[in-house]
Write a protein that binds this ligand. Structure first.
Ligand code: BDR
Ligand code: CA
Length: 305
């Protein structure tokens, strides 16, 4: 499967990118970056750094620096660290960003690989909304967009109502949900079931000292955050779960539902069911075979050297 990951790396983004590289059923053809866990320039640098580590030569197209309508965006340094990779702050790469913007790259790749390209959108949805604005055919060209975002039947992780990726640009998310794209929503409903434990990070480091060792190093910060706020003994495998949903939908319970995004007030960023509505119909993951997702993730990342 040809895949682009739209990402804001970010600790769990790094895990998802390493997983996609290790997965024999994924042909990772590029990354698009944006604000979210970090500022966009940090996201692009971090993406390049990860590709250096993987010795993988694919384009990184830089995208949105700000949300559409919210002016107080702050990166999630308390969750992902000041530079996006926990306590690791010495991050550099000699690579330069691709000449097209994220939206231009997404639009062109969707055209060139019509009906084939899958996008794992694991950051705020601004780049995807930009691509839809740029090309009315984008939704028909792209095969599927699997979004890590939302909290449909559960609480949020930024506020009681909102999940981070939707919260950071609710207006872009609403545009994407209302578009003609084939969308699958992988929200906290499932990604807080697929936890990655300290023992899992140790296993990755043992089997794949370079990449798994790096994930263990940055994962320690993420685990501490989860312990501090949620008493989970493990961190959400958020973005990797969305990548796995691209290739293994059979591991998820899927439901067609109309989902709207709340655009103001205290529940801004909430993803709310609208029963009986014909618009905003998307595929929502309501449950997951968490053991099989975790096994798949670990077994593949552990083989990645
Ligand atoms: C999502 O928000 C980001 O912090 C993570 O990388 C993930 O994409 C989880 O809510
Ligand atoms: Ca992310």
């Amino acid at each position: 499967m040809k895949m682009i990951i739209d990402t804001d790396p970010g600790i769990d983004d790094a895990m998802a990118i390493f997983y996609a590289h290790a997965a024999p059923d994924i042909d990772l053809v590029g990354l698009t970056t944006m604000f979210g866990n970090v500022h966009v320039t940090q996201a692009t640098r971090n993406a390049h750094f990860l590709l250096d580590m993987l010795e993988l030569d694919i384009p990184v197209a830089e995208g949105a620096a700000q949300p559409y309508a919210i002016d107080d965006f702050e990166p999630s340094a308390h969750v992902h660290g000041p530079e996006g990779f926990g306590h690791v702050v010495d991050i550099s790469s000699d690579r330069t960003p691709h000449h097209e913007s994220a939206a231009e790259f997404l639009v062109r790749m969707a055209r060139e690989h019509k009906g084939e390209l899958v996008i794992a959108a694991v950051a705020p949805l601004t780049n995807i909304a930009d691509a839809i604005r740029l090309d009315p055919e984008f939704g028909r060209n792209v095969a599927k967009i699997v979004v890590m975002g939302g909290a449909v039947d559960c609480a949020g992780n930024v506020t009681a109502h909102a999940e981070a990726n939707i919260f950071h640009d609710p207006h872009a998310a609403e545009e994407v949900f209302a578009s003609n794209c084939n969308l699958v929503l992988v929200g906290l409903d499932v990604t807080l079931q697929t936890l990655c434990s300290e023992g899992d990070f140790e296993e990755m480091a043992r089997h794949a000292p370079k990449t798994g060792g790096f994930l263990k190093q940055i994962g320690a910060f993420y685990l501490d955050f989860y312990r501090s706020v949620e008493q989970h003994d493990g961190c959400g495998l958020h973005d990797s779960t969305a990548v796995i949903a691209c290739t293994h939908p059979e591991l998820f319970t899927l439901e067609e539902a109309a989902i709207e995004v709340v655009l103001d007030g205290t529940s801004i960023g909430n993803t709310v069911r609208q029963p009986g509505k014909a618009q905003n119909m998307i595929t929502v993951c309501t449950d997951v075979d968490a053991d099989r997702v975790n096994d798949l993730f670990l077994s593949r990342v552990c083989r990645n050297g």
